[in-house]
Design a protein around this ligand. Structure first.
Ligand SMILES: Nc1nc2c(ncn2[C@@H]2O[C@H](COP(=O)(O)OP(=O)(O)OP(=O)(O)O)[C@@H](O)[C@H]2O)c(=O)[nH]1
Length: 888
């Protein structure tokens, strides 16, 4: 399948599971919306290490900050684990229960109703003198930008896996998102109490399906409640963990709801010798795995010559080093629901995940186009913050979640939004806790907080000090994919039109992956989104949160258009525009060239491979100051004024330089400054690209270059320049296209969204599912069982890394350790003998796939998918679609 190079984004789209993703909720928003918002009312809860340590104060040393997120598959236990974290950190008096819907995180209406996470935010709690900012990463794939934006501000991630289900399709997807952004990860294998739990199998799957180096630092403790015969007993249950670094047994006191952790040494005299021997085996494995990767440990090992003699602190320090560099992934286990294993997980967050200053410096683009590092300039560095989330609050206005990359943000600071070029004022600063909201005076570097009072700041914008001269400084923001679905939003009456439009704008400010445009033919307002659920929720929010009267029409796929034939260049060297606009003459003359960008063959390499291709492209474009990317198009406007006549030699060399760099020397006369002209040219190009000639869809994969510009003094207003450029671009596209390959009377072609699909099915269903994908659904199967995936993962060279995975006592399905002693009658084998199919399929063929897959697999199949770009539609489908859309 051909995917042109501009397919820069990879947005997650839809889940193949009847029930969508996570419930971990934007408690901040919920608190506000439900009147639980209590500024200045932080009530210290008793026995909290957090309050006693004062780690919640805003001035916690940066080395003691952790900005982390939990990434997981649906139902893996994210909410359950988070509730325990907050409780054990002393931030909630009681543990909320997911199943009765009374968790801290479960307030937002749509989330309660649908049981999913819609928005993401951050809450702060303390653990062992550290301040942990837990940033929500919603799992539902329709809310892709939520995931991207939270991963963008994370310094580290906890991946929760379900011990019964193992690595699932969606785990892979979110894992890859974190991997693409180089976020260090630790793993927690949850639900170890369930029959069919397979810790060892899950660890092996991490190696084969996630392509990482899992290092097991805990093994499950299985004990008989009757105290019968240790871990080998038939009635053995999950009762704790063995810390193989410290060689200790950890049990949780049920009376204190797991708040008390009881540690006891595991030494050669321990009665359950089977457990002791397994723990020794695990520790030996850790030492061997780490010494192959870390010089300090190999040196220690060569000196001590004993795997058991290397001290815990040395091992932990090495694991930290290797986790920070994303070389290994430490693996822990537990059962959050049974209050087992959460505190060591919190310790691991502190011990193994990076502080903000241990992460590579953030990169920002200076107004002159140069890329610079932000945050490495010491304490005096000026403020630079990224707005990573906007929540609309009816009473207080927008709440903007920011992460500070440099300097400090003070209450009442005058700010400059260098993305929208607008002045802003930080009226109030807030810190969000589990149950409370605290008003604070400042937010320091590396930290996360909420700003009130910002009027025009949107998700992804960069904020700097109002007096900073770097006015256009932009942190590499969150890439916003263009919507792949749209639906008409119909106000109920004319008096509802304005409120509906305003409400949609507010929604888009919160969630830039929504889009709005007006259909020129019907005059309808079209709302675009990343999935059917995404649009449905947006519509519901319009009605319930914004109280507007509107209905939503049928959802449709958002196609794109482009010039037919890769590499084709179409030029309009002299496009003259001379028209009256509102009684005033408008004139300009431009030269434009439009090139259809090269296509590349997506080999089905893992996402990171394709993403890196695009990233490389972006880097090279970034170094060309005149070039910008818009929705897969490249726009090149390099403009220079005419050199003055008095400097003939200078004029000549400037002209030569301009010719060699492709810079256009402005001719004619004008009073407009170059930036204003450039802006007018850009607007003209964007206007032409926003509607294609076939069905009016946005155009993509085009490189549009300004090749000439002549202005006629006062007649060449910005509006005249834009209109002239727009008409020239449209003409170039009309003339372009490869006539030798065109199958109809147009030089343009329709493009459709192409999905990267991961399907998990039982082995017996593989043939049927593959047949369906490659037949009816017009898809291309890339791999079976993640083989190509593994080869191209971030950890390309996993070398001779030997996996250690303990036996799985309650599991005997395929993939179980040979020594697994017991069998399971839970039907889990069907889950475990599953195969993973990876394919590329047009989105239009994936509509309703959830039900179809269930029917094909007797309800056991699962899938996840993300958009990887747009592919050319075949001629018959294009003709059919055009006929349908144009009404015959
Ligand atoms: N047996 C068992 N069940 C658990 C455990 N942890 C979570 N659960 C259950 O698993 C289900 C999902 O847990 P959640 O905490 O809601 O998982 P989540 O990842 O937040 O789920 P979504 O928000 O739906 O994506 C609930 O019914 C929990 O009670 C565990 O350790 N053991």
């Amino acid at each position: 399948m051909q995917l042109p190079p501009g397919s820069a984004f990879r947005s997650v789209l839809a889940s193949g599971n009847g029930r969508p993703f996570s419930k971990w909720t934007a408690c901040s928003r919920a608190l506000v919306n439900t009147g639980r918002f209590k500024a200045r009312t932080v009530v210290p809860l008793q026995s909290s290490q957090w309050y006693s340590s004062h780690a919640h104060k805003t001035d916690v040393a940066i080395k003691n900050c952790r900005n982390i997120g939990i990434i997981a598959h649906i139902d893996a236990g994210k909410t359950t684990t988070t509730e325990r974290m907050l409780h054990y950190a002393g931030f909630t008096r009681r543990i909320g229960d997911v199943d009765s819907g009374d968790t801290i995180m479960d307030y937002m209406k749509q989330e309660r109703e649908r049981g999913i996470t819609i928005t993401s935010a951050a809450i702060t709690f303390g653990w062992k003198d550290h301040r942990i900012n837990l940033i929500d990463t919603p799992g539902h794939v329709d809310f892709t930008i939520e995931v991207e934006r939270s991963i963008r501000v994370l310094d580290g991630a906890v991946t929760i896996l379900d011990a019964v289900a193992g690595v699932e399709a969606q785990t892979e997807t979110v894992w890859q998102q974190a991997a693409r952004q180089g976020v260090p990860r630790i793993a927690f294998v949850n639900k170890m109490d369930r029959a069919g739990a397979g810790f060892g199998r899950t660890v092996r799957e991490m190696r084969t399906r996630l392509g990482c180096r899992p290092v097991v630092i805990q093994i499950p403790l299985m004990e008989s409640p009757t105290g019968a015969s240790g871990s080998g007993a038939n009635d053995a249950e999950f009762s704790g963990v063995v810390d193989v670094l410290s060689m200790e047994i950890l049990r949780w006191d049920a009376d204190s709801k797991g708040a008390k952790v009881i540690r006891s040494p595991l030494d050669p005299s321990y009665p359950d010798q089977e457990l002791y021997q397994e723990a020794v085996k695990a520790r030996v494995a850790v030492v061997e795995q780490i010494s192959a990767l870390d010089e300090k440990i190999i040196d220690l090992f060569l000196t001590l010559e004993d795997h058991m003699a290397i001290e815990t602190k040395d091992l932990r320090a090495a694991i930290r080093r290797l986790t920070l560099s994303s070389t290994i992934v430490p693996v822990l286990c537990g059962a959050s629901f049974k209050n087992i294993g959460v505190q060591p997980l919190m310790d691991s967050v502190v011990d193994f995940l990076p502080s903000p200053d241990e992460r590579p410096a953030a990169i920002a683009r200076m107004p002159d186009g140069k890329m610079v590092e932000i945050g490495s300039g010491g304490p005096k560095e000026r403020l630079c913050a990224l707005a990573f989330k906007v929540i609309h609050d009816a009473r207080r206005g927008p709440m903007v979640f920011v992460r500070i990359y440099a300097g400090q943000l003070n209450e009442r600071a005058q700010l400059w939004n260098s993305t929208t070029h607008a002045k802003e004022r930080a009226n109030k600063l807030l810190q969000m806790y589990a149950m409370d909201v605290e008003e604070i005076t400042h937010i320091t570097k590396g930290n996360i907080g909420v700003v009130l009072g910002l009027k025009d700041t949107r998700t992804g914008d960069t904020l700097i000090d109002a007096h900073d001269s770097r006015k256009g400084l932009a942190l590499s923001g969150i890439k916003v994919p263009s919507p792949v679905f749209f639906a008409a939003i119909e106000p109920m009456s004319t008096s509802d039109e304005k409120p509906v439009e305003e409400a949609i704008k507010a929604l888009i400010r919160e969630d830039p992956s929504l889009g709005m445009r007006i259909d020129e033919e019907t005059g309808q307002t079209l709302l675009g989104g990343m999935g059917e659920l995404h649009l449905e929720v947006a519509k519901e929010r319009l009605v319930s949160d914004f109280k507007v009267n509107a209905e939503m029409g049928k959802m449709r796929i958002s196609f794109k258009e482009t010039m037919r034939g890769a590499g084709i260049v179409s030029e309009v060297p002299n496009w003259e525009y001379d028209r009256e606009i509102l009684g005033k003459r408008g004139r300009a003359r431009v030269g434009i060239s439009v090139e259809r960008l090269e296509q590349f063959e997506d080999t089905g390499d893992n996402t990171s491979a394709s993403a890196s291709k695009v990233e490389n492209g972006k880097e090279s474009k970034d170094s060309n100051l005149a070039s910008e990317e818009y929705e897969g198009n490249e726009i090149v406007i390099s403009l220079a004024e005419q050199p003055t006549k008095s400097d003939e030699a200078g004029a000549q060399s400037a002209a030569e330089k301009a010719a060699s760099t492709g810079t256009v020397i402005l001719s004619g006369s004008t009073d407009l400054p170059i930036p204003a002209i450039r802006n007018a040219v850009k607007n003209g190009i964007l206007s032409a690209l926003s509607r294609g000639p076939l069905l009016g869809y946005a155009q993509t994969y085009l490189k549009v270059r300004l090749t000439d510009l002549h202005l006629y003094g006062g007649d060449s207003t910005p509006a005249a320049i834009s209109s002239c450029v727009s008409a020239a671009v449209t003409e170039a596209i009309r003339l372009g296209g490869n006539s030798s390959t065109k199958e109809n009377d147009s030089n343009s072609v329709l493009l459709e969204p192409i999905m990267d699909v991961r399907v998990e099915v039982a082995e017996k269903d593989v043939g049927t599912v593959i047949g369906d994908i490659s037949g009816t659904r017009r898809g291309r199967v890339l791999s079976l069982d993640g083989s190509s995936h593994e080869a191209s993962h971030e950890a390309d060279d996993l070398g001779e890394f030997n996996i250690y995975a303990p036996p799985d006592p309650t599991y005997t399905g395929p993939g179980a350790s040979p020594s697994s002693p017991k069998s399971s009658s839970t039907g889990i084998a069907t889950m475990a003998d599953r195969k993973s199919i990876r394919a590329q399929v047009p989105l239009s063929s994936m509509l309703g796939y959830d039900a179809a897959l269930r029917a094909l697999t007797g309800g056991t199949g699962k899938f996840a998918m993300e958009v990887i770009g747009y592919g050319e539609m075949d001629f018959d489908r294009q003709r059919e679609l055009i006929r349908e859309m144009r009404g015959g």
